[in-house]
Design a protein around this ligand. Sequence first.
Ligand code: 13P
Ligand code: SF4
Length: 351
Amino acid sequence: MESKENTEYISKLKKKLGENLTIVAHHYQPQSIVSLAELVGDSYKLAVDCSNLTSEFIVFCGVKFMAEGAKILAKDYQKVILPDLTAGCPLADKINEKTAFDVYKKITEKSENKIVPVVYINSSLDMKIFCGKHEGSTCTSSNASKIIKYYMDRSISVFFSPDYNLGINTANYLKINPYDIIKIGSETFMEKGHDLNKAQLFLWNGFCYVHKEFTTSDIDHLRKKFNDIKIIVHPECDEEVVNLSDFSGSTQKIYDMIKNSPSNSKWGVGTEATFVLRIADEFPDKTIFPLRNSFCYDMNKITLNKLSNSIKSIIDYQSGENELKFEIKIPEQDKIYAKKALEQMIKITGS
Ligand code: 13P
Ligand code: SF4
């Protein structure tokens, strides 16, 4: 179906469902989907905003960990739909609960400090359960510094996973001594030469392939072309890329900074290219370039066709014609600890 026809069809279905439906879109979604959504934002904003919704159906245009987060925080009667259930996040798959538990056991046995897990929201359900079971907290790119600082202030060390870059960039922001940081991974287990007893931060060596693409040469290239350009990147980028940039932050921070900047300002942006190209269209009075065209394959699995199929399935389900398709289902017992980890993040962030 053509995109215009699809949009009109989805708008009709939305009218039919009225207040029973909320469409939610992450910033990495294209304009065609964002313009149909009631809520748009970064992972944190969407998690919190979704938890305040009352509609029976929430259609989440994003990837699985985000829709799972919405389901964990949802009320019992609410159903969360992901238009393509295969839309995952390769970063989230860089560690699983079993490996995390083994590592956690080893480091807690050797360390004199209490250690808690801080798990990036870009993680599997199992990892969130692991985190909640061990009195930890999830975090997002918008609140990682607040969450890590919360534990440091209480002399509690942190086992941070799965994204190394978010961990090290946050540690740099908090000015944590590099000798108090230990990088760990399955192959190497642990970097040598650090005092384990004193370590404040254990960083798992996961990464996002979309953000690994950006290099310092991309920044040099844009600065040579435009001497007044500002560079803003996502903290999943490599440390040297973040250090060379003017600003770094979550997708919502990137969006807000560019939106609130003066007309004619120039921006080089280091994050997913669908988002950067979308904001370049939204703010034609500004010059906005992606540092390079790096796309998230999974985010781009959500299409207008799949969105309309998923909403059609809700209507068929309501009329008793079909089972509900594309629903995120989480067993009640799994929700308990995952919810604890998410609620701890919301509590610390709001404190
Ligand atoms: P934000 O929380 O900044 O929206 O990031 C989500 C993400 O997946 C970045 O790659
Ligand atoms: Fe995951 Fe990277 Fe895609 Fe974000 S951009 S959803 S971290 S793969």
